[in-house]
Every structure is written in structure tokens, then in C-alpha cells.
Ligand binder design. Structure first.
Ligand code: ATP
Length: 236
């Protein structure tokens, strides 16, 4: 089976600042790939590169279609949804309004069925439907950001540090739901996480990024056994 996403020799730069130096990675159809690395390694930039939010060179293919150099709106239309770090939620809008924005590409009657589907995953958001997003807890805001991305009906979901700043119990809840979403919807996930233990447990494949270069890749189960990874990223 072909990969859902394939990057080959991917470079990215902010003006003169080169951040990614020719990296190769893939996300399988319906699979979860984790991208690990220390602060400043280039994980967020990799997600931004896939979305066309930063200047890139090299190959980027989604289901065999080249998306390198396309405008972000076209990449979204081809099925890529991004949950950025900081979540990208419109704080002054209600949960309902944020969800309507997520569903803007869908006819209104279908969007309502999609909303019900999302409430099945995230019942807390149904309770908060009319509430302003800025008044939600951090965990609920993260849930709303994931829902907004899913309402685009993506084939590939890019998640940037979904555990950031959240209490362990909420993180567990979010990852339990993400597993269900992956299993039900068959959506491929590229997960950026500083919490390597969590990411390696969730993903089938993993890549380790250091200052813009992939230094290790393979099945997540193998990477989690690596002595160096355990010492540097897993803390045991
Ligand atoms: P973190 O976990 O801290 O977010 P990261 O692995 O996601 O780290 P990036 O945010 O991709 O790393 O940053 C990689 C490098 O790119 C860093 O050296 C950073 O300073 C630089 N960088 C990020 N954003 C910009 C920008 N808008 N302009 C210039 N340099 C940037």
C-alpha cells in the first residue's frame, strides 16, 4: 500500500534561517507516526512545511499527489488538517461558532450530523456548545481544536503537542479519544510530542529529529527500547 504522506529530502527555512536539512519521513494510510525531538529541533516547522506555511524544497506527496509549494488552502482541500501548537482556537467565539468554522467546507445539513458525531467523541463540548471558547479549560480547548480539524474530514491530521500544559488525566482522556478516532475514521496522524513516552505508546512509527535532521527512525516499539532514546527522552 502506498503511504498517505511521504517526504523526501524536505528542506524548510524562515528567510535565511534554514531549519530542516533534507529530511525523509512517511505516514501510512490510517497509521500514526510520531515525530520526536528536543526544543528547537524543527518539529513544529515540519508540520508547518506540510501545510505550506513555510518555504520548502524537496518532495512532499499526499496519496501520490505532490503538495510541495501549493497554497495552504489547497493543501487543506486535499485533506490535511492541522492542530497547531497554541491550538488556534478563536477565543472570543463560542464553541458552536468555532465548530461552524471547522465545517465551512461542508453543506450545513451534513455539518450538523458531523457535530453529533463529534459530541459522541467529546461529550464535554456538547455541554459547552454555547459557551465562549476563551472560558473553556485547557483540555476542553484542545478538544475543540481537534474537533475543528476533524470537521474538515481530513485524511491526514497533524497534531502539534496536544498534551502541552494539560494535566495527566486530561492527556489520557484526549489520547483515548484520538485512538477511537484513528480506528473509526481511518485518518492518518502525524504527531509532534515532547512527551516521548506518550507518543511512542500511541504511534506505530517514529522519527527522531535533531537540529533539522532525522537521526533515528523505525517502529515506535523499537525506538522506545533504544538505550539513547530512553536516557535522553524517556528519563529511565
Ligand atoms: P519546540 O518544541 O520548542 O516548539 P520544535 O522542534 O517544534 O521546538 P521549531 O519550532 O520547528 O522547533 O523551531 C526550529 C528552529 O526554527 C528553532 O531554531 C527556531 O528558533 C526557528 N524558528 C521557528 N520559527 C521561526 C520563525 N518564524 N522565524 C525564524 N526562525 C524560526
Amino acid at each position: 500500500m502506498t503511504n498517505l504522506l511521504e517526504a523526501k529530502g524536505l528542506h524548510a527555512a524562515y528567510g535565511e534561517t534554514r531549519v530542516l536539512h533534507g529530511i525523509d519521513f512517511a505516514v501510512r494510510q490510517g497509521g500514526v507516526t510520531a515525530l520526536l525531538g528536543a526544543n528547537g529541533a524543527g518539529k513544529t516547522t515540519t508540520l508547518r512545511a506540510i501545510c505550506g506555511l513555510v518555504r520548502t524544497q524537496g518532495e512532499l506527496n499526499l496519496n501520490g499527489t505532490s503538495i510541495g509549494g501549493l497554497a495552504t488552502e489547497d493543501i487543506v482541500r486535499l485533506g490535511v488538517a492541522h492542530v497547531p501548537d497554541g491550538r488556534g482556537t478563536f477565543m472570543e467565539l463560542t464553541v458552536e461558532e468555532n465548530m461552524k468554522l471547522g465545517a465551512y467546507t461542508r453543506p450545513a445539513n451534513q455539518a450538523h450530523a458531523d457535530f453529533d458525531h463529534m459530541f459522541d467523541y467529546f461529550p464535554r463540548l456538547k455541554e459547552r456548545f454555547k459557551q465562549q471558547a476563551g472560558t473553556l479549560s485547557g483540555g476542553e480547548q484542545q478538544m475543540l481544536a481537534i474537533v475543528r480539524a476533524l470537521l474538515l474530514r481530513p485524511r491526514l491530521l497533524l497534531l502539534d503537542e496536544p498534551s502541552f500544559g494539560l494535566a495527566p488525566l486530561i492527556v489520557q482522556e484526549i489520547f483515548r479519544i484520538l485512538r477511537r478516532i484513528r480506528d473509526d475514521a481511518g485518518v492518518g496522524i502525524l504527531l509532534v510530542e515532547q512527551n516521548a513516552a506518550l507518543a511512542l505508546e500511541f504511534a506505530e512509527d517514529a522519527y527522531l529529529l535533531e537540529t533539522g535532521r532525522i537521526v533515528m527512525s523505525g517502529p515506535a516499539a523499537d525506538i522506545s527500547k533504544d538505550e539513547g532514546v530512553r536516557r535522553s527522552y524517556l528519563g529511565y
